[in-house]
Each structure stands twice: as C-alpha cells, then as structure tokens.
Design a protein around this ligand. Structure first.
Ligand SMILES: [Zn+2]
Length: 126
C-alpha cells in the first residue's frame, strides 16, 4: 500500500517537471533556432570572405636603397626529440620530432646594399 508521503512526492516531482518543461520549452526552442541561424550566418560569412579579392602582392623594398632583391634567413628552434615524445605522449610518431618546433623566425637582408632587417618574422609556435 503506497503511503501518502511517497504519493505526494511523486506528484510534486511530476508537476515540477511539467512546470519546468512548460517554462523553458519556448526558450530552448528559440535557443536551438538561434544556434542554427548563427551557424548559417558563419557559413555565409566564410563563403563571402573567400570570394573577396586578395590584395595584390607587393615586393618588399629595402628601407635604405629601395631595391627589392633580398636574401632571407630562417631559424627554427626545437627542444629536441625527447621533449617532443614527452609532450605528445606517444600520440605522434617520434620520427616527426622536427615538426614540434617551438620557435620560428626569419631575417631579411638586402641583396644590393646589405641592410639587415633582423627578425622580420618571429613567432613562438607552441
Ligand atoms: Zn638595400
């Protein structure tokens, strides 16, 4: 025989669930519609962005002599194979340790006058 307390608790739970569902249903549905709309807009923005013309490439001119012929030097720094294997925890083939470099930089030197632009590009990669 069910006791009055458990019957009341079941009824309260059922009513509370129904009440919550009724109060949040409209908001949940609207949130889902907004998420779909936002995803569609992001897709549209990406498609339109890809259709934009790229700016024309312009050669780098030396700040001293104005010439465009340069020599570039690239520096790649890595912590080594042991560090790479430890960081990737075996998820990546150890032979690919050079791919795990931590710093990339590039210097440019004018081929005409020799003016150097040290570390024109310098990024930490990890
Ligand atoms: Zn120059």
């Amino acid at each position: 025989m069910p006791n009055i307390t458990s019957v009341l608790n079941d009824q309260i739970r059922r009513l509370a669930k129904r009440e919550i569902k009724a109060n949040t249903g409209v908001i949940r549905k609207a949130t889902t519609q907004y998420r779909h709309a936002i995803a569609a807009l992001k897709k549209q923005v990406a498609a339109l962005t890809n259709r934009l013309p790229r700016p024309p490439l312009t050669p780098w001119r030396c700040r001293s002599c104005g010439q465009t012929k340069h020599r570039a030097s690239i520096q790649i720094q890595t912590e080594g194979e042991e560090d790479f294997v430890g960081e990737t925890d075996g998820a990546v083939d150890a032979a690919r340790w050079p791919d795990g470099f931590g710093w990339f930089s590039m210097s440019i030197k004018c081929a005409t006058c020799g003016m150097e632009t040290p570390e024109g590009v310098s990024y930490e990669a990890m």
